[in-house]
Design a protein around this ligand. Sequence first.
Ligand SMILES: [Zn+2]
Length: 276
Amino acid sequence: MKIYISSDIEGVTGVVSWEHSTEKGSRDYEVMRRRMTNEVAAAANAALESGAGEVVVADSHANSTNLIHEDLPKKVKLIQGTQRPLSMMEGVDESFAAAMFVGYHSMRNTLHGTLNHSFSGRSIYEIRLNGNPIGEFGLNAAMAGVFGVPVIFASGDRALCEEAQELIPGIITVETKRGIGMIAAESLHPEVSCELIKSGAAEAVANKGNMKPYRIEGEVHLEIDFVRTGHADAAGSMPRVERISPKGLACKAADYTEAYQALRTLINLASTFPLQ
Ligand SMILES: [Zn+2]
């Protein structure tokens, strides 16, 4: 049995500011990347102790060079670095029995969602798939679904847990902190957070037979509302993209994988807008 883990940092206990999660010039970043590593290790150890022969972890925050490999279990293979075809889900395929998301956060515009955003805090206001607002959790869960892999576990703040349970009923979630505002939260002690993640992830593996992949079938209608008209100008040069409002673009994708890759490309193009 192989288990796939996608890991972010904004949902890790105690991470409440953008400085906590950025590598450059942050006093606390070194502390927070250790916490992220420990939370991922807790989930990986639970998977290994529950019978997994191999765990693949995707380091999926910012430059994706956050996790400290020697502090993860020996059977963990670690994917790091950027410009990956499947972005936060690089490495997932049909060989995995299940996926887990550790350190995740809620989509942009979520009340009490600590550090809520959707891929890019600078340029993205809202992403909709077939008319429904969706964030990183849902978009990445659907990417696992393309390969028939169910997402069985997620950890992050309370708002992330609620978002996960609404999209995937029955998923096991662990709340590492209770968001008070966008840059405030009441957090568990780091050791307690790891203990809960370990027991929750073990429960999730035991329950995985009851979980189905989250699939978005057929043609996909993708819409993005950017923060500025300039972001839409920059991204709007992509073929088959339609301007639906001053700050909004839409495109029809033949299937979910194409929609996911179109979304990543549009975000990359929007990032070329100079005033951010
Ligand atoms: Zn992140």
